[in-house]
Design a protein around this ligand. Structure first.
Ligand code: GRF
Length: 196
């Protein structure tokens, strides 16, 4: 069976990117390969991570797509789409990708775009989900791998992992604990989708 082709979009640190790459290397995801990393921030550490692993990188600086003060999303996404289509991905993983994807890209890859979000969706969509859970006084929270649709953080859930919120947890301590669960959840979701 041909290896499933995974493209990853990221904007920053890249721990989920590395977790997926490691899981492929150690055959926890036996039937996949990463065909490219796309990044909108030229200074993001994830780019180095990809280069060290010999994974092709495609850097499309989103801040170069400013029309006056406004972000020209259509022009940026046209470039991104061209790049993605050239990679023929079976799946596209958002891994700390800090821009919203527009309808043109989402409609070009139906049911093929995945995201990881640090809450038990449908609770706490959007930014700083860990802080939202703490502020709401939740007893537990978690992370969700889900399909990406045009509505933010609302597509079908594929995998969730939970953790208790401990007394004294801060946004930082909780985020760190969740990150390990995110890595496991993304691995499990891709293993299931790519076949073993
Ligand atoms: C993760 O917490 C993920 O859930 C969120 O952005 C963060 C990315 O972390 N979408 P990393 O860049 O993968 O380390």
């Amino acid at each position: 069976m041909a290896l499933k082709r995974i493209a990853i979009l990221a904007s920053g640190r890249g721990s989920n990117f590395s977790a997926i790459a490691n899981a492929i290397q150690t055959k926890k995801i036996p039937n996949a390969k990463i065909v490219g990393l796309m990044c909108n921030k030229p200074e993001a550490p994830v780019i180095q991570e990809a280069k060290l692993r010999g994974i092709p990188t495609f850097i499309i600086p989103s801040n170069e797509f400013k029309a006056g003060v406004k972000f020209d999303r259509a022009a940026y996404e046209e470039r991104l789409l061209e790049c993605l289509l050239g990679l023929h991905p079976d799946f596209i993983c958002l891994a700390g990708y800090m821009l919203l994807l527009g309808p043109r890209i989402i409609q070009s890859f139906p049911e093929k775009i995945l995201n990881i979000h640090p809450s038990l969706l449908p609770k706490f969509k959007g930014l700083r989900a860990q802080k939202q859970a703490l502020d709401a006084g939740e007893k537990e929270t978690g992370c969700t791998v889900h399909l990406v649709t045009e509505e933010l953080d609302a597509g079908k859930t594929l995998v969730q992992r939970k953790t208790l919120i401990e007394p004294g947890d801060t946004e930082e301590s909780l985020s760190l604990r969740l990150l390990n669960l995110e890595h496991e959840a993304y691995t499990e979701a891709l293993r299931a989708l790519c076949g073993s």
